[in-house]
Design a protein around this ligand. Structure first.
Ligand SMILES: [Zn+2]
Length: 113
């Protein structure tokens, strides 16, 4: 249900913006989703179809912009990218990691008519 709630707030943001700009229809929505956000494009797409029904955003195309998961080692300060959720750790062998990016989830922009 977490994804449903988040998708709902995204739809709210989009509709608010569309209304503010006097748009009749939302053509497309660009979403930024981090690899660590736990969100699956298919689920967002599914919930969106359900939530946007009978609103100006109905039928809008969703464009997903995926942000790779990047972490920094707290020991050697090395920054590296997590590959396929591989938590085997940095070259120095420490496992004290700080997430720098990949948890994002937001509406980047919308196209209106
Ligand atoms: Zn390290």
């Amino acid at each position: 249900m977490h994804e449903l709630a988040i998708t709902q707030s995204m739809v709210d943001i989009v509709l608010e913006q569309a209304e503010r700009e006097g748009a009749e229809r939302v053509e497309a929505i660009s979403l930024t989703i981090g690899e660590l956000s736990g969100f699956v494009e298919e689920s967002v797409q599914f919930y969106f179809g359900f939530l946007a029904k009978d609103t100006p955003a109905e039928g809008a195309k969703l464009n997903f912009n995926s942000v790779p998961a990047r972490v920094r080692c707290c020991n050697c300060e090395q920054v590296f990218q997590l590959k396929e959720m591989d938590w085997s750790g940095p070259p120095c062998g420490q496992s004290d990691l700080e997430i720098i990016s990949g948890k994002e989830l937001y509406v980047e922009s919308i196209e209106i008519e």
